[in-house]
Ligand binder design. Structure first.
Ligand SMILES: [Zn+2]
Length: 447
C-alpha cells in the first residue's frame, strides 16, 4: 500500500488513512478521510494527491451515494486538465465505469471500464486492474456471458497471486463464477473462506451491497447455517456502524430476511436499496418466500414481474432468465429472452434461445452446464441444440464450435472468415463489441 501511495504531504496522509479505514471495514471513516484528502490543496503532483478525488468517488460508489458520486465526478472533470499520466486517465475511466455500472447503466459502465483496463494494462498500472476486473466479471456474469466472466476471473486470480490491496470483492466474484459454472458445491471452499475470515467479510460487506444476500443464499443451499448466521451477524454489525447509509441497512435486512424467512424485512430491503439490481434481487427473494408459503398468487406474480422489469432494465440477462422461469412455474409465460440491438442479423435464422445455446455449447459447455446457466433443463437444451444443428447444417458439437468460431470472428471484426483479427488485447476488443449486444426480455402485457 505504501508503495503505491508515496508522498508525504497532508493530502497523501489523509488518502492513506482513508484506504486503510475502508480496508478495515469502515467505509464511513474512509469517506471522511477521502473527502479531507480532496479538500487539502497540494500542488506537488504526488500521485496519491492526483488520485485522491477518484478514490473518493470510488468510495461514494461503494456506499451507493450515487448522486454525490456524480456531483464529485462532474466537478472533477471540470478541474482535470491536460497533460495527465496514463495512470490518471485509466483511473478516470475505471472509476466512472464503476459508477455507471452501479447506477444501472451497464453497457456504458463496462465500455468505460474496458477502456480504462486497456490503458492500465498497457502502462502496467497494476493496482487499478482488480477493481476493473471485478466489474467486468460481474457484468459478464449478469449478462450470462460465461466466457468473458471466466476470462476476467482468471485475470483476477493472476493478480491475487501477486497480491493486491483489498481482495474481498475479487474472492466474491470468483465464488459467484464457480457457482454459476459448476454449482454451489464447487464454490463451497471459497464461500467458507470468505465468511470465516472476519477481515475479508467486513471489507466485502462495505464494498458490494449484493454480497450479504448472496452469501446467505448459497450458505442455505450448502446447508451451512453457521455461515449464513455469521454473514447476517456481520452485515447487521456493519449496518449499525454505517447507520447513515441506506444501502448497508438494505443489505443487512436482505440477508436477515432470507435467513429468518421474514417477508417484512425483504420488502423493506427492496424499497431501501438505491441499486436497481439489488432491489430486484430482494423482490425476487420476497416472491420466493411468498410462493413457498402459498401466499396470494397474483401478488407473488406481480412482485416477480417487477423484479423482471428491473433486471431487464439493467441488462441482467441471466437473472431475467431465472425470473422468466419462475413466472412460468406460475403458468405465466413472458416469452423467451430475446435480444435487442444485436448487431446484424441472427445467423442461420436462429432464435434467441438457440443463439444462447449455440454460443455456450461452442464454448465447450455440457448440456447440463448450459441448462444451469440459462435456467432451463438439459432436455430443453438438447431440444434447442437439435434445432441449431439442423439450421446450421452441422452434425456434432465440434462442427458447431468450428462454424461458430468463424461466425463470431466475422461478427467481432467485420472481416471475412479467413481474415485474421487485428492486433490488440482480444478479450477487451471482444467486450467492446459485445457490450452493444444487450439482451432484454420480451415486454409483457399486464392483465
Ligand atoms: Zn501531495
Amino acid at each position: 500500500m505504501d508503495d503505491f501511495l508515496p508522498g508525504s504531504c497532508e493530502a497523501a496522509e489523509f488518502f492513506r488513512r482513508s484506504a486503510w479505514s475502508w480496508y478495515d471495514g469502515r467505509l464511513d471513516v474512509g469517506l471522511h478521510y477521502a473527502a479531507a484528502a480532496v479538500d487539502v490543496k497540494c500542488d506537488e503532483h504526488h500521485e496519491p494527491c492526483e488520485l485522491a478525488p477518484f478514490w473518493h468517488i470510488a468510495l461514494l460508489t461503494k456506499a451507493r451515494e450515487l448522486e454525490a458520486g456524480w456531483r464529485a465526478l462532474t466537478s472533477l472533470q471540470v478541474r482535470r486538465g491536460a497533460p495527465e499520466s496514463d495512470r490518471v486517465t485509466a483511473t478516470a475511466h475505471i472509476i466512472q465505469g464503476d459508477l455507471l455500472f452501479a447506477t444501472g447503466r451497464v453497457d456504458d459502465g463496462l465500455a468505460e471500464v474496458g477502456a480504462g483496463l486497456r490503458i492500465a494494462e498497457r502502462s502496467n498500472a497494476r493496482s487499478l486492474l482488480p477493481t476493473g476486473y471485478v466489474v467486468m466479471a460481474l457484468g459478464a456474469l449478469r449478462r450470462a456471458d460465461m466466457r468473458a466472466c471466466l476470462h476476467f476471473v482468471d485475470k483476477l486470480t493472476g493478480e491475487a497471486l501477486l497480491g493486491y490491496f483489498g481482495q474481498a470483492a475479487g474472492a466474491w466474484v470468483t465464488a459467484q463464477a464457480a457457482e454459476a459454472r459448476s454449482g454451489v458445491e464447487s464454490a463451497a471452499g471459497l464461500i467458507a473462506g470468505i465468511v470465516t475470515n472476519p477481515f475479508v467479510l467486513r471489507q466485502l460487506l462495505v464494498s458490494e451491497p449484493a454480497a450479504a444476500s448472496w452469501l446467505v443464499r448459497v450458505s442455505g443451499k450448502l446447508g451451512a447455517c453457521d455461515l449464513a448466521n455469521a454473514t447476517v451477524t456481520a452485515a447487521s454489525a456493519a449496518s449499525a456502524e454505517h447507520s447513515r447509509f441506506g444501502v448497508m441497512r438494505a443489505s443487512a435486512l436482505h440477508g436477515a430476511g432470507l435467513l429468518e424467512g421474514d417477508s417484512g424485512k425483504l420488502l423493506e430491503a427492496a424499497n431501501l436499496y438505491p441499486d436497481r439490481w439489488c432491489g430486484a434481487s430482494a423482490r425476487e427473494d420476497l416472491a420466493g418466500l411468498l410462493a413457498a408459503r402459498r401466499s396470494d398468487r397474483n401478488n407473488t406474480i406481480h412482485i416477480l414481474e417487477s423484479a423482471l422489469g428491473a433486471y431487464t432494465a439493467v441488462g441482467a440477462t441471466r437473472d431475467a432468465s431465472r425470473v422468466v422461469n419462475k413466472l412460468r412455474d406460475f403458468g405465466v409465460r413472458r416469452g423467451a429472452i430475446r435480444a435487442v440491438e444485436r448487431e446484424g442479423e441472427m445467423p442461420h435464422g436462429l432464435t434467441n434461445t438457440e443463439f444462447a445455446v449455440a454460443e455456450l455449447v461452442s464454448q465447450g459447455h455440457t448440456n447440463n452446464e448450459v441448462g444451469r446457466q440459462l435456467f432451463i433443463s438439459r432436455h430443453t437444451v438438447a431440444f434447442h441444440l437439435k434445432k441449431v444443428y439442423q439450421k446450421m447444417s452441422v452434425a456434432s458439437r465440434v462442427e458447431l464450435a468450428a462454424s461458430w468460431k468463424a461466425f463470431s470472428q466475422r461478427q467481432r471484426f467485420g472481416g471475412s472468415p479467413g481474415q485474421c483479427p487485428p492486433g490488440g488485447p482480444l478479450p477487451l476488443r471482444r467486450r467492446a463489441v459485445s457490450a452493444k449486444r444487450t439482451f432484454a426480455v420480451a415486454p409483457f402485457h399486464r392483465t
